[in-house]
Design a binder for this molecule. Structure first.
Ligand code: HEC
Length: 118
């Protein structure tokens, strides 16, 4: 009986240590890049041209924005997409002065989620 109780205390103590350690290290922190944060970035910076689902609004289509769900876009590497979002291309404006590099990583992670929606 006493033995069982001591073990129980030890387990509780260990769990508390793990928990405190996790808090000290900032866990649970969102994984980077964070597609959920990217969704917010997308909603304020990209939706006007690319639309909610990446298909492109009439404005975006008039500017020749590609369907972000397409293989042509989804096959490009994260590095290529990042460089295009940072520096812009043709009618796409650059975002390097508006967004932090980490925000661009997040928004690209979000754009990756469009691949499964077509
Ligand atoms: C003013 C309209 C506009 C806005 C705002 C805009 N884009 Fe674009 N986007 C374009 C156009 C136009 C293209 C096609 C560029 C080209 O290849 O000629 C494009 C292309 C792209 C591509 C395709 C890249 C490739 O290599 O195929 C991605 C990815 C992309 N945009 C992501 C974004 C993201 C993320 C944002 C928000 C941070 C954004 N765009 C905001 C107009 C826009």
């Amino acid at each position: 009986m006493g033995e069982l109780r001591r073990n129980g205390m030890a387990v509780a103590g260990l769990a508390a240590c793990v928990f405190m350690g996790a808090v000290a290290y900032g866990w649970p922190a969102p994984a980077r890049p964070d597609a959920a944060a990217g969704k917010t970035v997308y909603a304020s910076n990209c939706v006007a041209c690319h639309g909610e689902d990446g298909a492109g609004t009439p404005t975006g289509q008039a500017l020749n924005a590609p369907d972000l769900r397409s293989d042509a876009v989804q096959k490009a590497s994260d590095a290529d997409l990042k460089q295009q979002v940072m520096n812009g291309k043709n009618n796409m404006p650059p975002f390097k002065d508006t967004l932090k590099p980490a925000e661009v990583d997040d928004v690209i992670a979000y754009v990756r989620t469009f691949a499964h929606k077509k």
